[in-house]
Structure formats: structure tokens, C-alpha cells
Write a protein that binds this ligand. Structure first.
Ligand SMILES: [Zn+2]
Length: 147
């Protein structure tokens, strides 16, 4: 029998190791804890989008044939419209997946341009962002000047 397994004969020994107060945790755990609420938000958002996508697909399939030509035209327009929404939602799901992957790699919340930490309120408001506000502003200015 290995030492330290299951029942300990020594009385009054605490079963779980008490949390060591005010010591530095490993960075990964700290990052994980810091962004836990955002991770929950992202996973919730992802579920909601995927449900909508599934619903959108089933409803557009059910109204495929229309006897009236104008109805069919509007149905096609509607379908194109919902396809655009689907595409946008798919892009967002991709961004969410990328954000979750960055969390797994503990690089979430780091600006891709200046490598500074992105302020938490910005992440909370826009969890899929990869740029801090300064760099985002710069990027938008660059895009404008390119046009
Ligand atoms: Zn930046």
C-alpha cells in the first residue's frame, strides 16, 4: 500500500490542503480565473449563435416551394438575406473560437500589435477583440488612408 493513499491513521489532519493565501499562483491559473466570466460569455454567445443558425437553416428549408412566382422571389430574397446573416454569424463563431483558443494558450487579452495587456472593460465589452483601443484606432486610420 502506498503511503498517503486514502485513510490516514493520523487524527485531525485536514483532508484538503488549505489554500495558501497571498502567494503567487501560476500565470495560467491567474489568466484562467481573470477571464473566466468572459469565457462563460463567449461560450454562451457561441451556443446562442449556433442555435440560431440551426433554426435559420431548418426554417429556410421548410419554406422552399411557393406556387406564386412573386412569393418565390421574395422567398429567395429572404433566403439570400438569411444566408448573409448566417455568414456573419459563422464569422463571429470563428472569432469566438479563436478567442477561446487564445485563452487556452494563455495569450488572451494581449494586444496583437503592441503586445500590451488589453484593459479588462474593453475585453468584457468586446471579448473577441485582439487589439487594444490605441492599436484599433491606428488600424482604422490606416485602413481609411489606404482607401
Ligand atoms: Zn495595442
Amino acid at each position: 500500500m502506498k503511503a498517503g493513499s486514502s485513510a490516514k491513521p493520523i487524527a485531525s489532519a485536514p483532508t484538503a490542503t488549505p489554500p495558501v493565501a497571498h502567494t503567487r499562483r501560476t500565470t495560467i491559473a491567474a489568466v484562467e480565473e481573470k477571464y473566466h466570466a468572459i469565457r462563460c460569455d463567449l461560450e454562451e454567445q457561441r451556443r446562442t449563435i449556433l442555435n440560431e443558425v440551426v433554426e435559420g437553416l431548418t426554417s429556410s428549408n421548410s419554406q422552399e416551394t411557393f406556387p406564386d412566382v412573386s412569393d418565390q422571389a421574395s422567398a429567395e430574397a429572404e433566403q439570400r438575406f438569411s444566408m448573409r446573416i448566417l455568414e456573419r454569424e459563422q464569422r463571429l463563431v470563428k472569432k469566438i473560437d479563436e478567442a477561446l483558443a487564445r485563452m487556452d494558450q494563455s495569450i488572451y487579452g494581449i494586444c496583437e500589435r503592441c503586445e500590451e495587456e488589453i484593459p479588462y472593460p474593453r475585453l468584457k465589452a468586446r471579448p473577441v477583440t485582439t487589439l487594444c483601443i490605441d492599436c484599433k484606432t491606428l488600424e482604422e486610420q490606416e485602413e481609411k488612408s489606404r482607401r
